[in-house]
Every structure is written in C-alpha cells, then in structure tokens.
Design a protein around this ligand. Sequence first.
Ligand SMILES: CC(C)(COP(=O)(O)OP(=O)(O)OC[C@H]1O[C@@H](n2cnc3c(N)ncnc32)[C@H](O)[C@@H]1OP(=O)(O)O)[C@@H](O)C(=O)NCCC(=O)NCCS
Length: 160
Amino acid sequence: MTVPYLREASSADLPALVDLENAAFAGDRLSRRDWRHLLTSPSALVIVSDDDAGLTGCSVVLTNRRTAVARLYSLAVAPRARRRGIAQALLQQAMASSAGTGAHLLRLETRSDNLAAQALFSRLGFQPFRRVANYYEDGTEAIRFQRLVDRDCLRQSALQ
Ligand SMILES: CC(C)(COP(=O)(O)OP(=O)(O)OC[C@H]1O[C@@H](n2cnc3c(N)ncnc32)[C@H](O)[C@@H]1OP(=O)(O)O)[C@@H](O)C(=O)NCCC(=O)NCCS
C-alpha cells in the first residue's frame, strides 16, 4: 500500500472540501461557511490527502491548550479512494498533530451504525467510553472514543 501524501489545507481547498463532504456524508454535513471558518481558525488543523484527480481525504482536529484534550472533528475519504489506508494515515497524523500541540488525549465520536469507522478507530487503539443518545440529525446515537497520544505518536508525523 502506498503512503498517501498529506499536507495542511489552505483556503484554495475550500471548494474541494465542500465536494468531499457532500460525497462522503449523507447528513450532518459541514457547510461551506463551517469549512471557511475551520480553514482560518488557529485552533483547527485541517489535513488533506491528494492524488492526481484531486482531494482523496480530509481530517480536522480541534485543539484546546487549556484542557490538553484534542478532538477529531471530522474524518472523510472520497468514495473512489477508500480501503487504501488513507483514513488510517489521516488518523495517525491527527494523533501526531494532537501530541504536537501538547494534548494528552484525542477524542472523537461516530454514529453507532458506522461500523467502518468503528473498525478503523479500534484498530488504531481508540476505546469507546460513552454513548450519547439522539446525537445526530436523524436521531442516531453517537459512540465517543478516546486514545492517549504521546511522543510515540508525534514520531509518526508524515506532514509534508
Ligand atoms: C470510514 C472511512 C473514513 C474509512 O476510510 P478509508 O480510507 O477507506 O479507511 P482505511 O483504508 O484507512 O481503512 C483502515 C482500516 O479501517 C477498517 N475499515 C475501513 N473501512 C472499513 C469498512 N468499510 N468496513 C470494515 N472495516 C473498515 C479496516 O480495518 C481497514 O483496514 P483494512 O482495509 O486493512 O481491512 C471512510 O469509509 C469514510 O469516509 N466514510 C464516510 C465518512 C465517515 O464515516 N467518516 C468517519 C466519521 S467519524
């Protein structure tokens, strides 16, 4: 499996990020306005992967220096590019970037019916710690996961 090329997103990626969001999620989508805000927010790190045809994936980490808990706010891979290890690479980078900002814990949530995401998170050492009823637009429950992040994660950084 080839290692995907990862880089920090810029405002030039805005249209492609909106397209990726629409292709990857059926509901609870981030809007263009949300993306514009994330791309300029000092507490948001937006990482993307590319190939010759455009964006293949994206992750968003929100950091909070006061709590040392980072949050994976979004993770999506284009349908055409799935099962190539892109989400795994983005998640490892999210762990590295979180550790790099001084966070000790990375948290995220996913739909209870999203078995693909749950398999991915478990594989990378995330553990479920809470269920939140009625979390998503359609009433689906969320499962919250967390993982300690440390210097070992930081060494895995693949940012170009
Ligand atoms: C979930 C998602 C991010 C996975 O992206 P991906 O790039 O295809 O995942 P990877 O190739 O890195 O998969 C790594 C591992 O995760 C697990 N996994 C990924 N997709 C899976 C699936 N559809 N079914 C079961 N396990 C899956 C497997 O263990 C996989 O390893 P393997 O391919 O060697 O079996 C992608 O399907 C997606 O964008 N879905 C829609 C948006 C979404 O659900 N985002 C996460 C919300 S929190």
